[in-house]
Design a protein around this ligand. Structure first.
Ligand code: BGC
Length: 823
């Protein structure tokens, strides 16, 4: 369809029809207009899989890919493109033409709850990888929706906080990945952040949407709000927001009326409707309307997707330490797999990025498959739960009418459930539900029980009240901050089955926040008092101990920030105890971001595996046994102490998490390694760091020129030699330093990178290109990108702390490029 066709279609539409397109029909779909053959378009989260239209837990099965930080660790542009192509097929299988992904906010504070979902602390790495993911996805006809635009770098008070960001930091850091996503990735859609940016909400911020995104960057796609993040009708439309999500319209309930009375709003409505139509067109939905209700689960059929996820998981795994070359393990190793993350595949983070994975392969399963059952033993050692685990059991739900009669029933699975839709005749705002399930006690004794709910809840066990989360409801860290705290109790149960009933009803929430109803019942036998001793014994009997520790999606999630940097539970003690019993101890860490490692010095080998998707256990086995080289390099600095985090300086609270409704990015340009360079701290592990099983050297680098004229480009050929006896991967990183500047600039900034795979003794080459923007800063007085004439240095190496090659570069005259966006 050409723009003339779109105009023609718009001309045929009534104002009412145009307005109807500008808010969702429901949680995941746009409004169809049958009279004009305009089909509905379905969207789905994103970013590590395509969940489909079901709830966050217990929906249709789908492939779980590595989370953002794991993909970020690969530094592999081609791999990200492939991931995009595969995700497109996943989205189409769920009837969706739009994936709500990738998440490309920057890792500013190490305590951001969605740290796991983002790619990196660096805008260049985030932008390049994001653009490749988008290209892959869209090449297969599915729209990307880059999110969350902009300044959404933490979860604290996320629905209202005002991010106060100076112009240079905004341009050089936080907007930069979005600029890549639009200009290089060609993203067809973008999602605004929940937060305010320097005053107005992002969803009604004309400077952000109209001036910069559309005006400067030439974005011609669709802008949608985050879920429940639209706050006005005409005002948001006039600012350039096309689509309120979810639907039906709430903030935009009065949009038709406003448009009838105001010419500017009428024009904005037409533009926004055009953007919705264009997205329907671009995703091929006019020609091939999908059945947006049909969702298929394909796993067996997609061996290639499983292989890709496994490969990507290994390529994102970072080898942080390998004293004495302890890894890889020999093929006949006898291994004790120990720790709370050994038997549970931690494959994803929490919040809207979660999905019902086809499988969650645990490290224990992966190592058993690789080494044989008989060579692998196990002990749990300690626990690391934030909330008690849920159960995978049948769940029967009855909805009760006024007089207590059953008006509808549903059958689901799991002891956690979340509602995005209700059976016919059930009012989401006032329903009463009774959920029944069976608790099985394998033997008589004490059991831990818990209840957390978005809504008022009560748990009865065998007819007796066990937890009252109704009269005493207290807000907590569950369900995006809309849920209660987790209430726990201990109960003596006889061996066998026990009847559990949960009663639930919604509770009113503040105006402007969408209401969520959800409940989780946790149940488990308390940890054995001999758990630590058992782990020590099992470790001492094996050749090697692999200690699987870290966190999970209850700790690393959306709506609340991270708890701190210490590993939760008794995990540090577990590592020390196992190490004392077996010097051949390998720590397999799985977290969504930096943590402290007080035991690091004594432990010979440490791998950071993140949450690498459904094949986690196999990917880890591949790396542990050397079937795959650990290809990951840290996309985020690991500070040595929380005080070294750039947002934890002399002015705590103001910079993080925020105070009086605002979070001030006072550190300006200095986050991640930029902060390390300025503050002179020594991180636990620097940005870009990661070992291989082989060793590399960078013998030489050849620039195409030592001088460049304004507007020109320089390329650098970097030689890489594999000096070892194994095939391995290396990431060549190129940073630029402005030597002569009198302006405050970071000591160095990543401007190019490339990854090579080389066989034993092989030498290869990486070709890296620098343009003028690689040398430039944003001059907020001139409103332009400016590269000053004079001396620069090109620093080349394999981490931000290891840059052995330096090439001088002279820019022969000043270069600048003005921007139209204004301030
Ligand atoms: C998240 C988005 C997500 C949306 C829909 C919001 O809570 O911030 O990233 O796409 O929900 O699930």
């Amino acid at each position: 369809m050409t723009s003339t066709d779109l105009d023609h279609l718009l001309d045929q539409m009534t104002l009412e029809e145009q307005v109807s397109l500008l808010a969702g029909a429901d949680f995941w779909r746009t409004v169809p207009i049958e009279r004009l053959n305009i089909p509905s378009l379905k969207v789905t989260d994103g970013p590590a899989g395509a969940r489909g239209g079901g709830p966050l837990v217990g929906g249709k099965h789908t492939a779980a890919f590595p989370v953002g930080i794991s993909l970020g660790s690969t530094w592999n542009v081609e791999l990200l493109r492939e991931v995009g192509v595969h995700l497109a097929r996943e989205a189409l299988d769920k009837g969706a033409g739009v994936l709500l992904a990738p998440t490309i906010n920057l890792m500013r504070s190490t305590l951001n709850g969605r740290n796991f979902e983002n790619t990196s602390e660096d805008p260049h790495l985030t932008g390049k990888l994001g653009a490749a993911y988008i290209q892959g996805l869209q090449s297969a006809g599915v729209a990307a929706t880059v999110k969350h635009y902009a300044g959404n770098e933490s979860e604290y008070q996320r629905n209202s906080i005002n991010s106060v960001i100076g112009e240079r930091a905004l341009r050089e850091l936080y907007l930069r990945p979005f600029e890549f996503a639009v200009k290089e990735g060609g993203s067809w859609a973008i999602m605004t952040g929940y937060n305010k940016l320097n005053g107005p909400f992002c969803s009604e911020n004309p400077r952000l949407i109209t001036d910069i995104l559309r005006g400067e960057w030439g974005f011609d796609g669709l802008v949608m709000s985050d879920w429940g993040g639209t706050h006005s009708a005409g005002k948001s439309a006039r600012a350039g927001l096309d689509l309120e999500m979810p639907g039906p319209a709430r903030a935009r309930a009065g949009l038709l009326e406003e448009a009838r009375n105001d010419e500017a709003t009428r024009q904005a409505v037409r533009e926004a409707a055009r953007n919705v139509l264009r997205l329907i067109e671009r995703t091929g939905t006019f020609d091939n309307p999908r059945d947006v209700r049909d969702e298929v689960e394909r796993d067996e059929e997609y061996a290639d997707t499983r292989a890709l996820i496994r490969r990507a998981g290994a390529e994102g795994t970072v080898l942080l330490r390998n004293a004495g070359g302890l890894l890889p393990l020999p093929a006949n190793a006898k291994v004790a797999v120990i720790g709370p993350n050994a038997t549970v595949g931690q494959v994803m983070g929490g919040g809207s990025a979660q999905m019902n994975a086809h499988r969650r392969t645990s490290p224990l399963e992966g190592l058993r498959a690789a080494l044989g059952e008989e060579n692998v033993t196990h002990a749990v050692g300690c626990d690391n739960d934030r909330f008690l685990p849920t159960l995978d059991v049948p769940l029967h739900i009855e909805y009760l009418g006024e007089g207590g009669q059953v008006v509808a029933t549903e059958d689901k699975r799991g002891s956690e459930t979340m509602w995005f839709s209700f059976p016919e005749g059930v009012d989401p705002a006032s329903f009463r539900a009774r959920l029944s399930l069976t608790l099985t006690a394998p033997e008589g004794g004490e059991y831990d029980l818990s209840l957390a709910s978005a809504g008022l809840g009560r748990l009865l066990v065998d007819g007796e009240e066990a937890i009252d989360n109704w009269t005493d409801w207290t807000p907590g860290d569950t369900y995006f901050g809309l849920g209660s705290r987790e209430m726990r109790t201990t109960r003596r149960l006889s061996a066998g089955d026990h009847q559990a009933v949960v009663e639930l009803t919604p509770r009113p929430v503040a105006e402007g926040i969408f209401n969520l109803s959800a409940v989780r019942l946790g149940f488990r036998a308390p940890l054995s008092p001999t758990a630590l001793e058992d782990a020590v014994r099992v470790a001492s009997e094996a050749d090697y101990a692999v200690v699987c520790i870290g966190t999970n999606g209850d700790w690393e999630t959306e709506g609340v920030d991270r708890w701190g940097l210490d590993l939760p539970g008794g995990q540090d003690d577990l590592v020390r105890a196992v190490l004392a019993a077996n010097p051949n101890t390998i720590v397999l860490l799985q977290t969504g971001g930096p943590v402290l490692m007080p035991w690091l010095e004594g432990v010979p080998a440490v791998l950071q595996g993140w949450f690498p998707g459904q094949e986690a256990g196999h990917a880890f086995a591949d790396v542990l046994l050397g079937q795959a080289d650990p290809g990951g390099r840290l996309p985020q600095t690991f500070p040595a102490r929380l005080e070294d985090d750039p947002t934890h300086p002399e002015t705590p609270d103001v910079q993080y998490p925020g105070e009086n409704g605002q979070v001030e990015y006072r550190e300006g340009l200095f986050i991640g390694y930029r902060h390390v360079d300025r503050a002179g701290t020594t991180p636990l592990f620097p940005f870009g760091f990661g070992l291989s099983y082989t060793t590399f050297e960078l013998p030489d680098a050849h620039p195409s020129a030592a001088e460049v004229a304004p507007g020109g480009e320089v390329s650098v050929r970097v030689q890489v030699r594999n000096r070892g006896e194994r095939t391995g991967q290396q990431v060549v990183q190129l940073y630029v330093r402005d030597v002569e500047t009198t302006l405050e600039r970071p000591e160095k900034e990543l401007k190019a990178f490339g990854k090579v795979t080389l066989g034993p003794g092989e030498t290869g080459e990486v070709n890296l290109t620098l343009d003028m923007r690689s040398l430039a800063y944003f001059d907020d007085t001139r409103n332009a990108w400016v590269a000053d004439a004079g001396q620069f240095e090109i620093l080349i190496g394999t981490s931000s702390a290891d840059l052995p090659l330096t090439l001088p570069l002279t820019l022969t005259g000043e270069w600048s490029e003005g921007v139209a966006g204004g301030k």
